[in-house]
Design a protein around this ligand. Structure first.
Ligand code: GLY
Ligand code: MN
Ligand code: MN
Length: 538
């Protein structure tokens, strides 16, 4: 009997193991970026590297929340874009041409966290070296090997890196944590303690473009020096700026100290690459935006005046998770009435939204790509006359912004068009006396790129095809503003995510109701949450 039971148990155990093995290897959903995507990004970057160069990237730091609790780890978007690796304490080394490392020709290496059963018991599975090589399709080594990894700094003419973080905690027990990896890199390529990335960048720009584009370079330098008082006395930059003619300019450029260390080229290259989305990226962005819109629709149906800002935020984020969006791309902004006038209000503290307009700027992040969608709706389901007047003004401004989203137009074009309409409208309503005062009530920009970051990398030059931007005009009239009291405590932003194509523009977030009529109609619909009643807390 006992033997039979043992047999059954063994059979069951075998079956369970077999099932577990099947379960641990699920087919990847088709909307996951695979290793080919990241390999292609590395090749795209490699083509832009100067000859005899190495590019070194670091994973994002782990940030401590308090005591022994860290914030949820979020990979550096450039690092993710180039590797797909989602863990900390990692380094990517990418050579422009195969490079001799201890007798071996090496094109690229990813240094990763090794497997560690004790760490994995507490903090979850690591990809490890073999996993990284297989899943990410690249040469991988343990991060503990980075210290001894030799870079031939004589043969290498350019050492490229992004600005290195200064505020990384040292885990003294780990000689391959980010702190140690950064120290090892600085020693390896001799980065002096006095290294100033901004100065390095400006020197690089003067040396590389100062002769061919003097007007643009001078203009850029002047702007940068305004924000960088520490560089205003720099003798090399000043002698370039003060050069009276081409001969003086050539002399000034020749005097600018040259360095193998380059902290600006990678930033520029990644900015240009990430601005243009590939079809795989657009698929993920579309999904993130759609999920955010579904959140907006559900909240429109569920909202009641006795709900709190926090509760409404929770409904958005619950819907996101229900559809598989792991995170929000930025802290959710849900503000009623006067709170809506704080542009990045993230406290969600108001216990009841009452009869106010509620501004909800909430973006689902799906597989790393984030949406950024804002709707502003009346908590009781009906716009008042004043709310409607201002709302329709913002809507009209947004539409004018959309029409400017054309390849070749300047990045500022939507904002210029939107601001013009809001200025005219506020003047007509008597809220401002002079169009120049429009910035008091519409104090932010109208557009930014969208992608792995909510304020994504991009050149902010003329629009190019396959870029995604927001169009988000607003009007905010806090209590105490110098206008009729009837406008006080109204904050409105309408934000949509626009794909710019060769043919025109497409509103990726059109699923979220936008007009007064559409919003009021949706708010009148019943919600699955109408009967969601929890017991009262004492
Ligand atoms: N949610 C931040 C922004 O709209 O830019
Ligand atoms: Mn935005
Ligand atoms: Mn937003």
């Amino acid at each position: 009997m006992a033997a039979a039971r043992l047999c059954i148990l063994l059979l069951l155990a075998t079956f369970t193991v077999a099932t577990a093995q099947v379960r641990t290897k699920p087919a990847k959903p088709s909307d996951t970026l695979d290793k080919t995507f990241h390999q292609q990004r590395r090749e795209q970057l490699r083509k832009q590297l100067p000859h005899h160069s190495v590019a070194v990237f670091f994973a994002a730091p782990v940030r401590n929340r308090a005591n022994d609790v860290d914030y949820y780890f979020h990979q550096d978007p450039d690092f993710y874009y180039l590797t797909g690796y989602e863990e900390p304490n990692a380094v990517l080394v990418l050579f422009s041409e195969p490079h001799n490392v201890a007798g071996e020709e090496v094109k690229e290496v990813l240094f990763v966290q090794p497997n560690n059963p004790r760490e994995e018991l507490w903090n979850g599975k690591r990809l490890g070296v073999a996993g990284a090589a297989q899943e990410l399709g690249m040469r991988a080594e343990e991060n503990t090997g980075f210290a001894a990894f030799t870079l031939d700094t004589v043969a290498l003419q350019h050492i490229l890196f992004k600005e290195l973080p200064q505020d990384v905690r040292d885990d003294a027990s780990d000689n391959a944590d980010l702190y140690s990896l950064l120290q090892q890199f600085k020693q390896k390529v001799s980065i002096p303690a006095s290294f100033d990335p901004s100065r390095n960048m400006l020197y690089g720009i003067v040396r590389e473009q100062g002769a061919a584009q003097p007007a643009e370079v001078k203009n850029y330098l002047n702007q940068m020096l305004r924000y960088n008082p520490g560089l205003q006395q720099d003798k090399y930059l000043n002698s370039y700026l003060q050069a009276a003619n081409a001969t003086d300019r050539t002399k000034a450029i020749a005097a600018v100290p040259a360095s193998k260390l380059d902290a600006h080229t990678l930033e520029k290259a990644l900015t240009e690459m990430r601005e243009i989305k590939t079809p795989e990226e657009l698929q993920l962005l579309r999904k993130a935006v759609k999920i955010s819109c579904l959140g907006q629709v559900e909240v429109m149906k569920a909202m009641r005046p006795d709900m709190s800002e926090m509760e409404l935020q929770g409904i958005h984020e619950f819907v996101h998770k229900k559809y598989g969006a792991q995170h929000v791309g930025y802290p959710s902004i849900v503000g009623a009435g006067n709170n809506a006038c704080v542009l990045h209000y993230i406290e969600s503290k108001k216990p009841t939204v009452g009869d106010d307009l509620v501004l909800m700027d909430v973006g689902a992040e799906y597989k790393g790509y984030t949406a950024d969608v804002t709707r502003t709706i009346p908590a009781n389901g009906k716009f008042t006359k004043e709310q409607k007047q201002l709302y329709e003004l913002v809507l009209k401004a947004q539409q004018a912004g959309f029409e400017q989203c054309k390849v070749g137009n300047s990045f500022q074009a939507p904002g210029v068009a939107a601001q013009q309409i809001i200025a005219d409208g506020l003047l007509k309503l008597g809220i401002i006396k002079d169009k120049a005062d429009v910035r008091r009530y519409f104090p932010h920009g109208t557009s930014h790129y969208l992608g792995l970051d909510v304020h994504d990398a991009g050149t902010y030059g003329a629009f190019k095809p396959n870029t995604v931007i927001t169009v988000e005009p607003g009007i905010y009239i806090p209590e105490g503003s110098p206008c009729d009291k009837k406008w006080w405590g109204i904050g409105i932003r309408i934000e949509d995510d626009i794909l710019i194509t060769e043919k025109g523009w497409e509103n990726l977030s059109e699923l979220a109701p936008r007009t007064v009529a559409e919003i009021e109609k949706t708010m009148a619909e019943s919600s699955a949450l109408d009967d969601f009643n929890l017991p009262k807390l004492d």
